[in-house]
Design a protein around this ligand. Structure first.
Ligand code: RUB
Length: 309
């Protein structure tokens, strides 16, 4: 696939959700590597940069690209082979991590639980599905997740598995929280200090959960942890077009809209992060980044190569 077309699929949210975006980028780079000629390094770097400039918030994209772009080889053929191998390794990391998270996470869900989830997280859904498959009788509240209605995708996916699911408007979370036993959401990024960046509205849900003493659980693969934040960088929150929020007739009156796609939930609101290496407290984010993501290599070398626009 043409790199610009692939990037557009991510930008337009045809491909969306942090895991899917990362996996898609890995597949695109792998495919591109099979077609690049002599200018291998320059061409691959250019492709990586185009993909990186699509959506700035989910660090999974950055981590996927960094993992793959650390290919080595003495000549173009060796480099190509190594890049393809690394892309395949990353893709199997995505698959196996989600399976493991589902196994670990489902243990937190008791028979008869009512869960609440926000947006459409394939990782959170994997946990919920696993609990259902192990025979637990569960109900799920899925928030609409305005303005892009990802909650409808979640509701459909859960219903297709035979799970009892009820869609609620985003502003009804506090109203229903007293009926909820556990909140489970995915992650776009986990920062070095254990904060969660996820779909806009997540932090309000965490606030309501804390008030009602309902556990707030995050399902996140270790490639959602951000080495850049360990180097002191702040996560850039994507702000999308006004048109996603307001119809044209209102915009034409000069009414403005703001449309941040994500927000930050401080670590004090998070009970546990379910990763493929275990159910960890958010305070462990620093260790995950140091040990799992090759912090020194990523931050001190590659961070100089890739810049967001
Ligand atoms: C998706 C979103 C999801 C995370 C995790 O936002 O916030 O909760 O990406 O998803 P958008 P997953 O729809 O704007 O991409 O667990 O599938 O990686």
């Amino acid at each position: 696939m043409d790199i610009t077309a692939a990037a557009e699929k991510i930008r337009s949210m045809e491909i969306r959700g942090a895991s899917r975006i990362a996996r898609f980028a890995a597949e695109v780079l792998k495919d591109y590597a099979t077609r690049v000629g002599d200018n291998f390094d320059e061409e691959m770097k250019r492709a990586a940069q185009i993909l990186l400039n699509t959506r700035p918030t989910a660090v999974s994209l950055y981590n996927a690209i960094n993992y793959i772009m650390r290919y080595k080889g003495k000549n173009v053929e060796e480099k190509r082979e190594n890049l393809i191998k690394r892309a395949e390794e990353f893709i199997s990391w995505v698959e196996s991590a989600q399976r493991r998270i589902a196994e670990i996470g489902e243990k937190r869900i008791k028979d008869g639980y009512t869960l609440l989830t926000h947006c459409n997280s394939s990782t959170a859904i994997a946990v919920i599905k696993k609990a259902h498959e192990t025979g637990k009788n569960i109900k799920v509240f899925a928030t609409e997740s305005r303005p892009r209605w990802q909650g409808h995708i979640t509701a459909r996916q859960l219903k297709e598995c035979g799970i009892d699911v009820t869609v609620i408007v985003d502003s009804a979370v506090r109203f229903f929280m007293k009926e909820v036993d556990m909140v489970i959401v995915g992650a776009d990024t986990i920062t070095a200090n254990g904060a969660l960046i996820n779909k806009i509205g997540t932090s309000q849900i965490a606030l309501c959960a804390k008030e009602a003493r309902v556990p707030f659980v995050v399902a996140a693969e270790t490639y959602k942890f951000s080495p850049r934040t360990l180097a002191g960088e702040l996560v850039l929150i994507e702000e999308r077009a006004e048109e996603e929020v307001l119809p044209k007739d209102l915009l034409s009156l000069g009414i403005k809209a703001r449309n941040p796609a994500f927000d930050v939930t401080p670590r004090d609101y998070i009970d546990v992060i379910i990763t493929e290496i275990g159910a960890i407290p958010p305070e462990m984010a620093y260790i995950v980044i140091k040990q799992r993501l090759g912090y020194e290599e990523v931050v001190e070398e590659e961070m100089k190569i890739y810049d967001y626009d």
